[in-house]
Design a protein around this ligand. Structure first.
Ligand code: HEC
Length: 144
């Protein structure tokens, strides 16, 4: 009986860990992810203000910062990088990569002071926040 309960517990734990992968990250990596997210939110707020006031130079600076804040590229030890790659689903990594590519596109659009394109890319980036959160951030944002 004890054995059965133990295997049940193990099974439940394995099952729970499979979740989205985000919950199974080490506390340090999860804190880094959270830090990146808060920086992203701040960056997106200022890009919004800069778009509506035609402040393209600032958009270029912020979008570049977002492009380089890529968690997979930054301040990670080799074992942390491996942890991210093994624990996070491929679709998550793909969304994150796509998002940072959009930030690069926004840098170009803002350098050309292209208002229409800047707005389009900003909207695309916002959609990616929502898309990723509604699949992978449900424990942080239960309303999704
Ligand atoms: C590739 C996936 C992905 C993308 C893209 C993404 N996020 Fe997140 N975000 C997450 C996950 C996962 C969490 C929850 C992390 C957790 O539960 O520890 C999160 C959490 C957050 C948080 C809460 C952080 C905290 O600890 O309080 C904010 C704010 C946030 N994201 C903003 C954004 C914004 C703004 C964008 C788009 C510009 C964005 N995110 C794009 C995956 C993503």
């Amino acid at each position: 009986m004890k054995k059965l309960i133990l295997s049940l517990l193990l099974f439940t734990k394995l099952f729970a860990d499979q979740g989205t992968g985000v919950e199974s990250l080490s506390p340090e990596l999860r804190a880094l992810l959270s830090q990146e997210m808060l920086a992203l939110e701040k960056g997106m707020h200022s890009i919004f203000s800069d778009i509506i006031s035609g402040n393209y130079e600032e958009i270029v600076i912020t979008a570049e910062q977002i492009q380089n804040s890529f968690i997979l590229k930054q301040k990670l030890s080799p074992s942390q990088r491996k942890e991210l790659q093994t624990k996070l689903p491929k679709a998550f990594i793909h969304l994150d990569q796509g998002f940072h590519e959009s930030a690069g596109e926004l840098v170009n659009a803002a350098e050309f002071e292209d208002k229409k394109l800047s707005i389009e890319i900003f909207t695309k980036m916002t959609n990616t926040c929502v898309k990723c959160h509604s699949t992978y951030a449900k424990s942080r944002f239960p309303n999704f």
